[in-house]
Design a protein around this ligand. Structure first.
Ligand SMILES: [Zn+2]
Length: 352
């Protein structure tokens, strides 16, 4: 500390005066300005989001999080009572060829992707059991692809909006389903909840695993947080023959216990570190495209509309390496703000 800084601190202490001595009298450690830290984290997320990632910013920095994990073994309404299935216009979106070897076969809200290879198709995430038939199987057929060629189905995490169609694809086409160990455990812990959606245990993904089919590989990264077994990926697609590297973020919202300091602070830490892990892999592979399994986060449905009018212009999904990093900074900034709120709660609990 320089002499000048020391003088400054001394002056500040004098100004702070009585409140400082009162704090010391109560044995309160020099306190953090939690509110300022929360605001700084939120602002860092907002700056990182720019105009590209407002959906992710909105969901993670603004909207209330669910506050816990689903421990019910009940069959979801959309399986037990088909009258509760949302109307088709709520979820239907046209399938689209996005890159030479990557096709969008998802819906307006939840997405699903088909990566074509020399030896068949890899499906990345499925949608619900009620719309997989039309969106994935129907979408492939409308694009001139054969659903019978599906060899692998990689599920980012075991929530009904992503695992929903995997049993159909396993039963009908013999596809091998790939998922994280903890999420396979979830499926087996709640058999009733997953009835009609859950495939029988297939390939257990591990960090850095390369799933290769013919001339194409997907590298799988463990990114625990959204669920304990959440997976993210890096892989290469082609745009008129030019290789383009993709980072795929497998779980976004704070669907873990996040409303009490224990274990919330630790849960947010896992989430933040997991985002750094996939961000590092994205940087190492030079990823210029960020994909997700919700259009809310990667704007897939809007970008698909832009594809038709692209002409010789840039690819609407290709944002550049810096923006891919910024995507993960949004997730981390929002998670850090929520984590500091819990740190504040814990500190206040310790005083009184
Ligand atoms: Zn989820």
């Amino acid at each position: 500390m320089s002499l000048r800084t020391v003088r400054f601190v001394v002056i500040l202490s004098i100004i702070a005066g009585s409140s400082t001595s009162k704090a010391f009298a109560q044995n309160v450690p020099a306190s953090r300005d939690f509110d300022a830290e929360i605001e700084a984290a939120l602002r860092s997320a907002k700056t990182a989001a720019g105009f590209e990632f407002l959906g992710t910013l909105n969901r993670n920095c603004l909207l209330p999080a669910s506050g816990g994990v689903n421990t019910s073994n009940n069959l979801p309404g959309y399986v037990s009572d088909l009258t509760t299935v949302p109307a088709r216009e709520v979820w239907y979106a046209d399938a689209a060829k996005v890159f030479d070897n990557l096709y969008f076969v998802g819906g307006k809200i939840h997405t699903s992707w088909a990566l074509t290879t020399s030896e068949g198709i890899i499906i990345i995430d499925t949608v619900y059991p009620y719309n997989s038939e039309e969106l994935i199987i129907g979408g492939l057929e409308r694009l001139g692809l054969r659903p019978e060629d599906i060899r692998y189905v990689i599920i980012s995490h075991a929530h009904g909006d992503h695992i929903g169609g995997s049993q159909i694809l396993q039963d009908r086409f013999g596809a091998q389903v790939v998922m994280g160990a903890s999420d396979w455990d979830l499926v087996e812990t709640y058999p009733n909840r997953y009835a009609s959606m859950a495939p029988t245990r297939g390939i257990v993904a591990t960090d850095g695993m390369k799933l290769t089919l013919g001339n194409t590989s997907v590298t799988i990264w463990e990114t625990p947080g959204h669920t304990p077994g959440t997976l993210s990926y890096t892989f290469t697609v082609f745009d008129n023959g030019r290789p383009v590297n993709v980072a795929y973020s497998g779980g976004t919202a704070f669907n873990f216990v996040n409303n009490t300091p224990v274990p919330g602070i630790e849960n947010f830490q896992s989430y933040i570190e997991a985002q750094q892990h996939i961000a590092d892999q994205a940087a190492a592979t030079g990823a210029t495209v960020i994909l997700s399994n919700h259009s809310e986060f990667d704007n897939a449905v809007n970008r698909n509309r832009m594809l038709a009018g692209r002409g010789d212009g840039p690819h609407p999904y290709e944002l550049g390496e810096e923006w891919v990093q910024r995507y993960f900074q949004v997730m981390q900034g929002c998670a850090r703000a929520a984590q500091i709120r819990l740190e504040k709660e814990q500190a206040e609990g310790a005083v009184f």
